[in-house]
Design a protein. Structure first.
Ligand SMILES: C[S@@+](CC[C@H](N)C(=O)[O-])C[C@H]1O[C@@H](n2cnc3c(N)ncnc32)[C@H](O)[C@@H]1O
Length: 195
């Protein structure tokens, strides 16, 4: 069998295993009958180090996901950028930035971007994508949790959370007046209402 075919089969196999594994775990957590979504805190702890689903964004599975997400989410990034109406003078925060693909593609011309994520694997991948901007001082990556954003009040003009948890009170604290927030996520990821 040719080497390229072998590689394609291995990648397809890993992607299938990851998807089936994630669906199986989701089924087990939520329960087959009730399909109850996780509580508010679960959204902020499940994927963080030590959380039930941290395997999904760390270790070998995390490395595969870091490569797959930018490919499968390309259309989502485009929709979010349009919803956000990205402007050149924006100072933008991406909460749960993952491999940094949204910032590197749809926010490449904005004044300043900051990516926040608790996963070292994702931050490493994002660092690779944003290396030029980090060196130029117009991008930064921060390890942290969306539950308590490690930023001052009114720091950003725009924020995003793409398939990542976000806490409205924290988002609107770090956004300056008139700031915009766009998010994309699975409907079962419960988001608390503004306090
Ligand atoms: C499905 S990935 C999406 C990554 C990226 N937004 C994208 O669309 O390419 C979810 C990301 O949210 C991050 N995440 C999970 N829990 C988080 C939390 N409590 N605070 C911040 N980020 C979190 C994960 O580490 C992961 O990188």
């Amino acid at each position: 069998m040719r080497r390229r075919t072998m590689v394609a089969l291995v990648v397809a196999g890993v992607a299938t295993a990851v998807t089936v594994g994630a669906l199986a775990r989701r089924w087990i957590w939520y329960g087959a009958k009730t399909s109850t979504p996780p509580d508010e805190d679960a959204a902020f702890t499940a994927f963080a180090p030590g959380g039930q689903a941290s395997f999904f964004v760390n270790g070998p599975v995390g490395r595969v996901m870091a490569k797959l997400m930018p490919i499968v989410e390309r259309g989502v990034y485009q929709n979010v950028a349009e919803m956000l109406d990205v402007q050149p003078d924006d100072e933008m925060l991406d909460i749960g930035c993952g491999p940094g693909a949204f910032l590197a593609t749809k926010a490449r011309d904005v004044q300043r971007v900051v990516g926040l994520d608790p996963s070292p694997v994702m931050l490493h991948e994002a660092e690779r994508r944003l290396a030029g901007r980090i060196a130029a001082g117009t991008a930064a990556l921060v390890s942290g949790n969306a539950a308590a954003l490690p930023f001052g009040d009114d720091e950003f003009s725009a924020a995003t959370a793409i398939f990542a948890p976000a806490k409205p009170s924290e988002v609107f604290r770090v956004l300056r007046p008139g700031g915009r927030f766009a998010r994309a996520g699975a409907s079962s990821w419960r988001t608390p209402t503004p306090e």
